[in-house]
Write a protein that binds this ligand. Structure first.
Ligand SMILES: [Mg+2]
Length: 221
């Protein structure tokens, strides 16, 4: 018999361990209403700006930052609020309908970071997201509405289910595959809201080259 401890069962029932439970309303409310969420995001982007600014000064070669999109740059709490109101749960179909509405708002601090970053020479953004590549145009339009795109940005979205983030992170590191047509770039920073958004290179450190945004609504934990 598969063992699951009585304690785990009690904690799952009490909502303390998540199992595969639906996102909690408390988590959604924290992201959509709290000043604390806004402060953590702004704090992350402000400290990233200090590091990226310094890094850009020290390099004469082309450079980039790698950014996840959902819950890193764009906030999707409205999607979750609407699902909760309908007593519905997340599905690929509902998600893509939301993506194509292009109504997601920027995560606090993200726009300010990007605008400042655009003022530095030789920098680009590589958007590395698990949104499917078929939604690249909708994604670009949503980002454009908030002034978050530039024509030399790279969109590395997911070709198919087998195209993992790790796959695309390797292409970024090696300048191979979809990165081959682009000039080789030094990566100054990685941004994400989940562990798999980051390169597993042990030389990269939190708060120096890796910047995590909070997401209590969903994840592989
Ligand atoms: Mg994300």
């Amino acid at each position: 018999m598969k063992s699951i401890s009585i304690l785990s069962l009690i904690l799952i029932n009490a909502g303390i361990l998540t199992g595969n439970s639906a996102p909690s309303e408390t988590a959604v409310r924290w992201v959509s209403k709290s000043k604390e969420y806004q402060a953590v995001c702004q704090q992350t982007y402000l400290s990233a700006w200090e590091k990226v600014k310094e890094g850009a000064k020290k390099t004469s070669s082309p450079w980039a930052v790698v950014m996840d999109i959902d819950e890193t740059l764009l906030k999707n709490s409205q999607y979750q609020i609407e699902l909760n109101a309908k007593n519905a749960s997340h599905s690929q179909e509902a998600w893509e309908a939301w993506v194509n509405r292009t109504e997601a708002k920027p995560v606090p601090g993200a726009k300010e970071f990007i605008l400042k970053m655009r003022g530095l020479p030789n920098g680009r953004i590589i958007f590395l997201s698990n949104r499917f590549a078929r939604n690249t145009e909708a994604t670009r339009r949503n980002l454009q509405k908030h002034g978050l795109t530039s024509k030399n940005d790279v969109f590395l979205l997911r070709k198919d289910k087998k195209d993992t983030k790790a796959n695309r992170q390797r292409e970024v590191a090696a300048g191979s595959g979809r990165m081959a047509p682009h000039v080789k770039m030094k990566i100054l920073a990685w941004f994400g809201d989940a562990a798999h958004d980051f390169s597993d290179d042990p030389k990269l450190k939190w708060g120096f080259q890796k910047f995590m945004l909070p997401n209590p609504v969903y994840g592989n934990w």
